[in-house]
Design a protein around this ligand. Structure first.
Ligand code: C5P
Length: 410
């Protein structure tokens, strides 16, 4: 679906790629408005960007004619997505601090439209602790990133810092457009989880065998997505780390889309710190060693022998964190027999605070279904709930977690 995109071009040698980005976005039917920082003007001309976008290019914060035609704040509010490409270290630093001393930084702070940054800078600038801090802050504030890529840089050095290629930026932008255009501003809702950050893993993982095949499972992601909606309704800021699903995430929830268990773990560490961490994903236990860059071929040697390697246990590793462990760490246990016994064993083994155990035997219809009957297992005992809609399970669980968290407060 055609959408309104605001493209902010900041200074850097990669600015020339932004011109191609405008062209490709328009080919896909999107309307593109362009803002250039003064530094971007050292690399490309506003005239080229105007010709390609079909609109006047904005650059100045205070311009009488622009104010009359369209208030500058309106530029970012009316957009369905903001792309910053290339995103310079300087502009990201301003955005992370909430500065508003030029048009680009003002637009970024004057809106709750989602932002995709495609950073481009010298490798040392990208790796500098100040940039790492700013990127982490922007992520916490709900921004998404694509790239930078590794490679030889225009400045002669090698490493991460090259702007992502245009097709990758478009893929990331369109994925975000499908997820809704607004970030949840912290503290924007009232409720028992107001000012709390809840991180939820959801859905299956896809573990590649080769570039076209993968190992997956039947998880629909419904329970995890329902938990995200319930946490948001309870007033929390929510980060949903989702494996591939057919579901549309709740509006306002910050989504990190992942495929593999290893990516899911990395995304969890990007999303932390959190008050509550909920592992509702059906994470694959194994991935295929040396999943190659080429499609495996049938041949005279017979079928390929796949070697499986254990995946990281995301829940156990977050429950075991010394520093920055979320106040509540919750796991799910999907079992086909001895549900409570296995759930209790999992509580011990994973080191989490609570296990929500459910029966996923084919007869139960839970996997991929609308309802669920759960057993809430903690060191305090087992509470078995009746069969309920997954959204009702999520709502009741969130009320329980909020109460537990409240009890923890000194
Ligand atoms: O797969 P298993 O039954 O061990 O899953 C129990 C819990 O552990 C679930 O909450 C699941 O999300 C989590 N888990 C995980 N990382 C894994 C395996 C499971 O976080 N590698």
């Amino acid at each position: 679906m055609a959408q309104n995109i605001l493209l902010i071009i900041s200074g850097g040698i990669a600015a020339y790629k932004a011109l191609d980005l405008i062209r490709r976005l328009r080919e896909r039917g999107h309307d593109v408005r362009v803002v250039m920082t003064p530094a971007a003007g050292e690399f490309i001309t506003p005239l080229s960007a105007a010709a390609l976008s079909g609109h006047e290019v904005h650059g100045a914060l205070f311009s009488l004619t622009e104010e009359a035609a369209m208030g500058h704040i309106e530029l970012s509010r009316s957009a369905d997505l903001i792309i910053v490409a290339p995103a310079s270290a300087d502009l990201m630093a301003k955005a992370a601090q909430g500065l508003a001393n030029d048009l680009a930084s003002t637009l970024l702070i004057a809106t709750d439209t989602r932002v995709l940054y495609a950073p481009a800078m010298n490798v040392r600038m990208w790796l500098h602790p100040a940039t790492r801090r700013n990127v982490a802050q922007l992520r916490t504030d709900g921004a998404n990133f694509v790239g930078p890529d590794d490679g030889a840089m225009a400045c002669g050095e090698f490493g991460p810092g090259r702007m992502a290629e245009v097709p990758a930026i478009i893929a990331a932008a369109e994925a975000m457009l499908q997820q809704g255009s607004k970030i949840a501003l912290p503290g924007s809702a009232a409720g028992p989880l107001k000012d709390r950050h809840v991180v939820i893993t959801s859905g299956p993982t896809f573990e590649p065998i080769d570039p076209v095949r993968y190992i997956a499972n039947r998880s629909s992601g419904r329970q995890g997505h329902a938990l995200a909606a319930a946490a948001q309704a309870a007033g929390a800021r929510v980060t949903l780390i989702s494996g591939p699903t057919a579901l549309t995430p709740p509006q306002g929830v910050h989504v990190l889309a992942v495929e593999t268990a290893r990516d899911m773990l990395a995304a969890c560490h990007i999303a932390l710190p959190a008050d509550i961490f909920i592992a509702a994903a059906a994470v694959a236990d194994w991935h295929v060693a040396h999943a190659g860059g080429h499609k495996l071929k049938k041949g005279a040697d017979g079928p390929p022998q796949l070697k499986l390697v254990e995946n990281p246990d995301i829940l156990a590793s977050i429950a075991a964190m010394d520093e920055g462990r979320p106040g509540l760490v919750i796991g799910f246990a999907a079992e086909t027999e001895q549900v409570i016994a296995h759930g209790k064993a999992k509580l011990q083994r994973k080191g989490c605070d609570m296990i929500i155990a459910n029966d996923v035997s084919p007869a139960s219809g839970v996997m991929g279904g609308e309802s669920n009957s759960v057993h809430v297992i903690s060191t305090e005992g087992v509470d078995s709930w009746p069969r309920l809609d997954k959204s009702e399970v999520a709502r009741r669980l969130m009320a329980l977690f909020a109460a537990k968290l409240r009890d923890q407060r000194p």
